[in-house]
Structures are given as structure tokens and as C-alpha cells.
Design a protein around this ligand. Structure first.
Ligand code: CTP
Ligand code: MG
Length: 393
């Protein structure tokens, strides 16, 4: 998977918004617009780091908003210029070495989704330059003076383009340098690439990825934020997980990351930690992110003998990427033997560490089935878990 560096121009004056100060610092649903944009990018797995271009004098405000809102991917805050294209050029020259794809995304578009970003990054990696586009709704007339109509443009061939606009880094640097040399006035970055005669590709944008420009846009943004922050994403979610592994006398028994004193272990592609597997599935279920089979396929040799606790750390990261944190885990291991009670404390400590929560948030229980079923006959061990997560953005 290609990962990109996000470059976020936030250095405008926001004149058309008619607010006091830069519109990107104004709150939408109680959260500063730029904080929404940056946390949206923070939660995109295709973005590896973020550079923000701030208006002169607003650099430290942007940096402290990043701190306050947990934008850990922040690379740098740089000072912008008079026109948007100046700000982008200054941002491009401040990127770290080795960035292959850059996603330029306006701070004024706080409702961007990970899907749009992922699509844009993938296309730029393959084709050089990609922009999200939505069909034009109004009929568009051409009139240089804004009086008499010169002609009507064919609406089916017109597209309103949004950001993130994504580019191979060398290409967009060359393009902006050329635009500067020509003194071209640009309203987006793709047009700099067009000046070079290089191709730019459209892909379907998202009508909700609105650029907040006018006071009316702020009213619409409040409505979108209310839905997104409220009903659409519930603040608390629950997931369930189940797993079972066959007994194997040649392997060690690992449960909840703890090596258990036992004459047998469990068969599996990874370390066969059935308890940790059930917990991972519960967490993935809670955030609607599929199951461990999809994330860590056992057909992939990378996971042969994998430490399940390491995989749990990755799942915890994924939960955070989706904007949630782990509240509590309750789990039960079903095994006829060995006796697990002496190991439960150590399992809770190990699991809590991997989950980044206190030990009191992790409960592990063990039971037998009084000889009934596959666990009772000593053919296998199973585990069930419930995970509760709460929204943190
Ligand atoms: N931008 C920038 N540097 C500039 C001008 C704009 O970084 N010199 C940024 C804005 O902060 C915004 C994005 O580019 O995130 C898109 O610009 P626009 O929506 O036009 O914002 P403003 O220029 O701030 O608004 P206005 O044109 O109404 O003054
Ligand atoms: Mg502007």
C-alpha cells in the first residue's frame, strides 16, 4: 500500500467567509475547522505524515491545535504566502526527503473521508496526478464580462474538482516551479500539472467533501457535523469475538500473551493464542473493521508463528485510526485443562499493556465444560470475548 505525505494549505485570509480572522480556525460543531481536517487525515491509514501551511502569525496556534487534538502525524508547520499556490510551493519545499506521493488537501475541506484519500493516493502512485471530481449541478454559461452570454458549456463534460489532489512529488514540484516562472494564477494544483502538458486523472469525489467558503457553507457544515458527530457514529460500540484451536502436544500453550505451564499447546499458523484472537475479533467487530482473517490472513507467510500480542497492538492502532479507544474487554477461555486461574493475572497485565489501557479494563475468566463438547474431551480450547470501545474524536 502506497502511503502519502499530506500537505494542508491553511494560510488563507478567509475573506469570503466574513468571519473574524482566518475561517479555518472558526469552529464547526464546537471543533475548529482545521482540527477536523487534520484529525480526518490523522485517521487515514494511507497518510504517513502531515505538513500544514499556516498563515504568518498563526503557526503556533496550528501546532497547539495538533497537540490538543492528537494529530501525531504532524511533521511541520510552515508559513504560507500571499496566494494559495505560493503556500503550496512553500509547503512542497518543506517536505521530508523520500516522499513519493503528496496529497494536497485544503484545510477548508474538513469532511474528507479515508476512502477518498486512499483512492487519490493509489491513483497518483500509478498515474502521476489524480483529483476527486463531482458532476456540475448548475448549467454553466461563459461570459468574460459577466453580462452578455457568449455560450453555454456542455454540462455533461464539466466537473467540479475537490481536494485531496494527489501527485508524484517530483511532478508537482516541477509543475509549481513552471507555474511560478510563467506567473500563472492558479486556483488548484492540478492546473500546474496541466501547464506542463502532463495528464491529470479524475476519480469520483464526495459531494459532502465541501469547501467551506461562505457563511452559507458554515450553516451547511454545522448540519453535516451534527449528523457525523451524533447519530452517524455512535459514541459507544460493542463487538463480539470467538475462536477455537485444536490441541497439539508438540507446541507451547500461549494464552493472552502468557506462556502457560502445560503438557500441550495449540495448533495454528501464528502462536495460536486463542484468547488474544477472540479479543482482536471483538475489537475489529466493535469498529466495523472486519475480522482477523481479513487483516492477518493465515495464507500470508508473514504471520507464520506471529506473536498474537503484536497483532493485538496493531488492532488497537486500527481502532484508534477509526476514532475510538478501548473501554473494556471481557473474555472467557473454555478449556478442560490445564488449570488457568494461576495465570489470569499475568494475562490481564499483558493484554492491558498491548491494548494501552489499565488492567482493570481487562477481564479474563476461565471455565471447563464438565467434560462436554470438544473442549471437554480435550480436543481443543476456545475463547469468547466482548469489547467495548468509545469514540474519542
Ligand atoms: N490558502 C493558503 N494560502 C493562501 C490562500 C489560501 O494556504 N494564500 C488555503 C486556505 O486556507 C484554504 C485553501 O487554501 O484552506 C483554499 O482556499 P480558499 O477556500 O480560497 O480559502 P481562503 O483563501 O482563506 O478564503 P478566501 O478566498 O475567501 O479569502
Ligand atoms: Mg482564497
Amino acid at each position: 500500500m502506497t502511503r502519502a505525505h499530506a500537505l494542508v494549505p491553511a494560510a488563507g485570509a478567509g475573506d469570503r467567509a466574513r468571519r473574524d480572522g482566518n475561517k479555518v480556525l472558526a469552529a464547526i460543531g464546537g471543533i475548529p475547522m482545521v482540527a477536523r481536517t487534520l484529525t480526518a487525515l490523522e485517521h487515514c491509514s494511507t497518510i504517513e505524515a502531515i505538513t500544514v501551511v499556516a498563515r504568518a502569525g498563526e503557526e503556533s496556534r496550528i501546532a497547539s491545535l495538533c497537540h490538543e487534538w492528537g494529530v501525531g502525524k504532524l511533521h511541520r508547520v510552515v508559513t504560507g504566502g500571499a496566494a494559495r499556490s505560493d503556500s503550496v510551493r512553500l509547503g512542497l519545499s518543506a517536505l521530508p526527503a523520500g516522499v513519493e506521493v503528496v496529497a494536497i488537501h485544503d484545510a477548508a475541506r474538513p469532511f474528507v473521508t479515508p476512502d477518498t484519500v486512499a483512492r487519490a493516493v493509489e491513483l497518483a502512485a500509478r498515474q502521476g496526478a489524480a483529483v476527486p471530481a463531482v458532476p456540475i449541478i448548475d448549467t454553466v454559461k461563459l461570459s468574460e464580462a459577466g453580462e452578455r452570454v457568449e455560450r453555454t458549456l456542455p454540462r455533461h463534460a464539466l466537473w467540479a474538482v475537490q481536494t485531496p489532489q494527489t501527485f508524484q512529488t517530483g511532478l508537482i514540484r516541477r509543475a509549481h516551479a513552471e507555474a511560478q516562472r510563467l506567473g500563472a494564477a492558479l486556483t488548484d494544483d492540478a492546473s500546474a500539472v496541466e501547464l506542463l502538458g502532463e495528464p491529470v486523472y479524475l476519480f469520483p469525489g464526495d459531494p459532502e467533501n465541501l469547501k467551506i467558503t461562505t457563511p452559507l457553507d458554515f450553516e451547511i457544515a454545522e448540519a453535516i457535523a451534527r449528523r457525523r458527530d451524533g447519530a452517524e457514529v455512535p459514541p459507544l460500540r460493542t463487538g463480539i469475538g470467538y475462536d477455537a484451536h485444536r490441541i497439539d502436544p508438540t507446541r507451547p500453550l500461549i494464552l493472552g500473551g502468557v506462556r502457560i505451564d502445560s503438557p500441550f499447546g495449540l495448533l495454528g499458523h501464528s502462536d495460536a493464542d486463542v484468547l488474544t484472537h477472540a479479543i482482536m475479533d471483538a475489537l475489529l467487530g466493535a469498529v466495523g473493521a472486519g475480522d482477523i482473517g481479513a487483516h492477518f490472513p493465515d495464507s500470508d507467510p508473514a504471520y507464520r508463528g506471529a506473536c498474537s500480542l503484536d497483532l493485538l497492538r496493531r488492532v488497537t492502532g486500527l481502532v484508534a485510526e477509526r476514532g475510538y479507544m478501548v473501554s473494556s474487554i471481557d473474555a472467557v477461555v473454555v478449556a478442560q485443562a490445564p488449570r488457568l486461574a494461576p495465570f489470569v493475572g499475568a494475562m490481564r497485565v499483558a493484554l492491558a499493556e498491548a491494548l494501552g489501557v489499565g488492567e482493570d479494563c481487562v477481564s479474563v475468566k476461565a471455565t471447563t465444560t464438565e467434560g462436554m463438547g470438544f473442549e471437554g474431551r480435550g480436543e481443543g480450547i476456545s475463547a469468547q470475548a466482548v469489547a467495548n470501545v468509545r469514540r474519542c474524536t
